[in-house]
Design a protein around this ligand. Structure first.
Ligand SMILES: Nc1ncnc2c1ncn2[C@@H]1O[C@H](COP(=O)(O)OP(=O)(O)OP(=O)(O)O)[C@@H](O)[C@H]1O
Ligand SMILES: [Mg+2]
Length: 462
């Protein structure tokens, strides 16, 4: 490529990049400025074209029609006045002027009189903005070859013209409406009026269209947070109704699935418990020394089953209620101290939150239990910020390496059996905690604690 072409190409690329950057910046600015709600956005979609259309119409009307008509009217009146002035010169006698006066009155609708030995008054102040004044005075000046004086402001519905002759002044009064399209503001009033009617109709219709969408969104949010969705039924346009029906169907399927899982687990656990009891009975009749290990295993299996049964039962719907989170945190602190740990607790923000109190209590209790089991010091911190309830449980124990932080949420999963050989945990604590948080539309996550151990964070939307 020749050098010139090369630089031109570079400049083009540069310009292109700059354009794209500007576009992106404009896009993000636009998104920031635009209202977020569907209602407001739809209104903008309706109002913007309307305003643009009305403005263009108003402009074209004022510019073309209104100006032209006013100019023509002004021209007609000033032609009449010029003709009268010429007539007055042609017939200077008393009768001649009388005739001119009559012709003006009857044929042109102008009232004329002659003021002998007078001069023009000094020019009055120009009105600041008047199409009439500029048009009319301009037209008159083009035709009349004499000094003249006009007053378009003074007398409300009359305009006055004085023309200087050698020995006198001819004074003419014309009606303002003769030279001026006077009631044009009616057009604007109509325009604004119809726009308002249109807007009202649009608002009413839109509200009816958007209400079902809002109801659907509310229902989905409530369901996501594990709250009851009552009184929701599909309404509105076909698509919205379709989405609502799909949502209801999905909700029903999820609920059915959960219920199925729960009853099945409960059934299996229950059956196995019966068999385990039988095992224990049979073991009791055998020689103690030989069956020691077996008995231990059976005991462990039984406690696992009990935990599992409790877990499965937990799923059975507990209704959400307004709950004092600060109090629950305090309870957890006291429970931790009772088990010999050093526990500090704090809460900031509005403590009243709607959630399932027992599920949340269990979630917190499990995290705190891990604290006193695997560490000595626990710090519980709750905050309520805008739309989230966040509770962190810190401890100074050994922590959990990052790559294992997902595994430990698995049921019956216990890290490093050697570490907690005698602790007798079942490995369900974190599973239950996460399950409870997720039932509220939130989650439990693990991280590093400033105390040196593990930080468990409960996050729940409120
Ligand atoms: N705060 C913690 N510090 C260090 N390790 C932890 C902590 N919390 C949990 N763990 C590890 O994660 C594993 C799983 O914890 P989880 O609470 O699910 O079960 P568990 O405490 O063993 O039994 P359960 O809570 O059912 O009595 C634990 O066995 C432990 O190894
Ligand atoms: Mg535990």
């Amino acid at each position: 490529m020749p050098k010139g072409a090369h630089t031109a190409w570079g400049a083009l690329c540069d310009a292109n990049a700059r354009l794209r950057e500007n576009n992106a910046r404009f896009g993000s600015w636009f998104n920031r400025v635009m209202p977020k709600g569907l209602y407001a956005r739809s209104l903008i979609i309706i109002v913007t074209p309307m305003v643009i259309l009305q403005s263009v119409l108003a402009f074209v009307f004022m510019e073309r029609h209104y100006n032209t008509v006013t100019r023509r009217l002004s021209a007609a009146v000033s032609q009449d006045i010029t003709a009268l002035a010429d007539l007055a010169v042609a017939f200077p006698s008393q009768e001649g002027r009388e005739r001119v006066r009559q012709i003006a009155q009857s044929a042109m609708g102008l009232s004329v009189d002659f003021l002998p030995d007078e001069h023009l008054p000094p020019p009055g102040p120009k009105p600041f903005f008047s199409i009439l004044d500029s048009n009319f005075t301009g037209e008159l000046g083009k035709r009349l070859r004499r000094p003249f004086w006009t007053d378009t402001v003074g007398n409300s519905n009359l305009i006055e013209v004085r023309i200087q002759f050698d020995d006198m002044v001819m004074r003419i009064f014309a009606r303002r409406s003769q030279a001026y399209l006077s009631n044009s503001h009616i057009f604007l009033v109509w325009m604004v009026g119809t726009s308002l009617v249109l807007l009202t109709v649009a608002i009413l219709f839109l509200r009816n269209q958007i209400k079902p969408i809002e109801a659907l969104a509310d229902a989905a949010i409530a369901f996501g947070k594990g709250r009851d969705v009552t009184g929701f039924r599909p309404r509105g346009a076909r698509e919205v109704r379709g989405a609502a029906l799909a949502f209801i169907e999905m909700k029903r399927r999820i609920e059915r699935q959960i219920e199925q899982r729960t009853t099945m687990l409960a059934g299996v656990s229950h059956d196995m418990r019966t068999i385990l009891t039988r095992f224990k009975l049979e073991l009791a009749f055998m020689d103690e020394r030989e069956t020691e290990a077996l008995r231990k295993d059976v005991d462990e299996l039984q406690s696992m089953l009990e935990a599992y049964l409790a877990f499965a039962r937990d799923d059975m719907g507990e209704p959400p209620a307004l709950t004092d989170i600060a109090r629950l945190i305090e309870e957890a602190r006291v429970a931790g101290e009772r088990h010999g740990a050093t526990v500090t607790a704090s809460f900031s923000g509005d403590p009243m939150v709607t959630l399932r109190p027992d599920a949340f209590r269990r979630c917190l209790a499990n995290l705190v239990a891990n604290g006193w089991r695997y560490a000595g010091r626990i710090d519980i911190n709750g905050t309520r910020a805008e739309r989230w309830l966040i509770v962190t449980v810190d401890d100074d124990g050994p922590g959990i390496p990052p790559e294992r932080r997902e595994e430990v949420f698995r049921p019956f999963f216990r890290l490093d059996e050697a570490r907690n050989q005698d602790e007798g945990g079942s490995g369900l604590g974190l599973t239950i905690a996460r399950d409870a948080a997720r039932a509220h539309g939130g989650d439990v996550t693990l991280g590093d604690s400033p105390l040196g151990g593990l930080r468990a964070t409960i996050r729940i939307p409120v």
